[in-house]
Design a binder for this molecule. Structure first.
Ligand SMILES: [Zn+2]
Length: 150
């Protein structure tokens, strides 16, 4: 079974420039290792609006793997609930490989409704892309990085 292009783009993900810059800064600070974090926000139809980014520790401290610190994850989810936000997905960086899910990323992506953002430093300029993964197949989502208030 293959998804149509319409189905592939199930969600549109909106990210504020300031949150993108926070992700970028965190990922640069963690180099040469992968950095990771969580995305909280609002889901309105097929539009996901990221309202808050949680910069977490990669307990694997690895260039090729990441595991979000479970205590930081719990604290982030509690904070989302307290602020009326829902978990939208997570992000991690690829210090040396392209902005697409690795085999391991795909295997570990259990939630078909989650958005997985990947920030790559493999090229001269950082590249960030959003994916969702369903039945171990990654689909790229539309990612819009926009100024606050737009
Ligand atoms: Zn990865």
């Amino acid at each position: 079974m293959s998804a149509s292009p319409e189905e592939a783009g199930k969600f549109r993900v909106r990210l504020k420039v300031s949150d993108y810059e926070a992700i970028l800064g965190h990922a640069r600070a963690e180099l040469p290792n992968e950095a990771c974090g969580l995305l909280g926000g609002r889901l309105d139809g097929d539009v996901k609006t990221v309202e808050k980014v949680y910069l977490t520790s990669n307990v694997d401290a690895s260039r090729e793997h990441f595991s979000i610190d479970p205590r930081e994850q719990l604290a982030a989810v509690k904070d989302m609930r307290a602020n009326g936000l829902v978990p939208l997905g997570n992000f991690h960086s690829h210090p040396e490989s392209p902005a697409r899910p690795s085999k391991e990323d795909i295997h570990l992506a259990h939630d078909p409704n989650a958005s997985y953002l990947i920030l790559s430093f493999a090229e001269e300029n950082p590249v960030i892309k959003a994916f969702r993964v369903e039945n171990e197949i990654p689909y790229q989502e539309t990612l819009e990085i926009e100024q606050a208030g737009e």
